[in-house]
Design a protein around this ligand. Structure first.
Ligand code: PNS
Length: 159
């Protein structure tokens, strides 16, 4: 039986879509670690500490921990004694990239499984990138991100 799941991502910032996946995953495993990737080529709006702060304020679940990781995901999962990597799938457009990552990770660590959770209907169109764009231009994204992310976005963009 699988026990410890790692839910990795940029979470720049976390959205209600991510949190929905997290809540559903937390019911399936004894422990879930939501882990923010540190070293990535993408330009980020929020620092790792800011992203973790937004996450910690967004939701509290008994079996969920927040953390960050650097380097290979599978090494981090091993270090945390995890068995499963969780990734959300919004649409078929996500699939190719996710499938590539899942197979690469499987090649690197055959004992670690990737599990995909289908995004809830309400959030299939939500991405951190569009959230940032709309927030920067002053649009209303209140129902798509937690309060902590909303406040952090407003502060960043002086809105
Ligand atoms: O939210 P994102 O940006 O789609 O998350 C991507 C993430 C963090 C899961 C991926 O970039 C990752 O695992 N990075 C760590 C480096 C690594 O292990 N790369 C090999 C996997 S293909």
């Amino acid at each position: 039986m699988y026990k410890i799941a790692v839910y990795p991502g940029s979470f720049d910032p976390v959205t209600e879509g991510h949190l929905d996946i997290l809540k559903r995953t937390s019911k399936m495993f004894s422990k879930v670690i939501m882990a923010v990737v540190v070293n990535q080529s993408k330009d980020s709006l929020f620092t790792i500490e800011e992203r973790l702060d937004i996450l910690r304020k967004s939701i509290k679940l008994d079996n969920v921990e927040f953390d960050s990781f650097d380097g290979l995901l599978v090494d981090y999962v091993r270090q945390k004694k995890g068995d499963v990597i969780i990734r959300g799938l919004r649409a078929t457009t996500d699939f190719e990239y996710e499938f590539q990552m899942a197979h690469t990770n499987k090649k690197l660590a055959g004992d670690i499984e990737t599990m995909f959770i289908a995004a809830d209907n309400r959030y299939t169109f939500v991405s951190s990138n569009t959230i940032k764009e709309v927030a920067r231009l002053g649009g209303d994204i209140a129902c798509l991100v937690p309060e902590s992310a909303l406040l952090a976005l407003k502060k960043k963009f002086n809105k």
